[in-house]
Write a protein that binds this ligand. Structure first.
Ligand code: SAH
Length: 259
């Protein structure tokens, strides 16, 4: 067993890239919770909930790294170098990211810099938004009667459009989960229809999943953009497209507060 396979305690001079899950602090792994408590410094993104940060030692330094839409508080290269500097000064560094650090989290980019600088690190997976949000919204991502595959994509708009493999996504046997898709929702729905899904194909959007402010809207590819717009949803939001969405009326269990 190599040194990397077991962590007794957080080690000075190491960076722990930790997945903070989708919001409910009880969805942290035991390892994540322990490392957060042992950190000398936490560098966290905007998606990390306050309840998760409360697990940190009150004496620990907290550095906000931002990453709201259109507002990157610390540019990625500077952020990675900050992690290197903190580790080299002998701190136990926890780099906290919402969800899972290796799922649309740029965790790979940060760890590449650590590896290049010979900074020792560990990566602690978290519950990604797709898994956490789907469970709390009552939408199984796969189901033998509905979907045999599930695809995670980013709906981030580049130059006002989305560059996705539309024929590959517009399949009735797939569930498609779209991260960062709210601004592009009208484009997304019309592209899926254009590539063969029916306009009345089920689709849902979930605001702030796993948190007390969770809100789920269900509709179809034709209706969801309008529903989302008039609801004035607050980020983060996750979009789920697929026949599994029809199960939500039977399987929802999380009590959502009304807006
Ligand atoms: N690494 C994260 C994803 C970062 S990208 C993960 O594994 O979950 C940020 C996007 O994740 C948001 O735009 C949103 O689409 C989604 N997201 C994260 N947390 C969410 C939540 N609690 N509810 C709904 N969507 C969420």
């Amino acid at each position: 067993m190599t040194q990397n396979q077991v962590t007794a305690h957080a080690k000075p001079g190491w960076v722990y890239l930790v997945g903070a899950g989708p919001g409910d602090p009880e969805l942290l792994t035991l390892k994540a919770a322990r490392l957060i408590g042992e950190a000398d410094v936490l560098v966290y993104d905007n998606l990390v909930s306050g309840a998760v940060l409360e697990l940190a030692n009150p004496a620990a330094e907290r550095i906000y790294a931002g990453k709201e839409r259109g507002n990157h508080s610390l540019p990625q290269p500077e952020l990675s170098l900050l992690l290197v500097r903190l580790a080299k000064s002998g701190k136990r560094v926890v780099r906290l990211k919402g969800g899972d650090p290796y799922t649309f989290g740029r965790g790979g980019e940060e760890v590449e810099v650590l590896a290049a600088d010979d900074v020792p690190f560990e990566v602690i997976p978290g519950i990604t938004a797709a898994a956490g949000v789907a469970a709390y919204a009552g939408i199984p991502l796969t189901h033998r009667d509905h979907a045999q595959a599930c695809v995670f994509v980013t709906g981030h708009l580049k130059d006002g459009s989305m560059n996705l493999d539309w024929p590959g996504l517009a399949r009735k046997s797939h569930t498609v989960v779209i991260y960062m898709g709210l601004a592009g929702l009208p484009c997304l729905c019309s592209k899926l229809i254009e590539h063969g899904l029916p306009a009345d194909w089920p689709a849902a959007i979930v605001q702030q999943g796993t948190q007390p402010s969770q809100r789920t809207l269900t509709g179809t590819l034709a209706t969801l953009p309008g529903l989302a717009e008039s609801a004035g949803l607050r980020p983060p939001t996750l979009i789920i497209v697929g026949s599994v969405v029809t199960l939500q009326s039977k399987l929802r269990w999380f009590r959502e507060t009304q807006p």
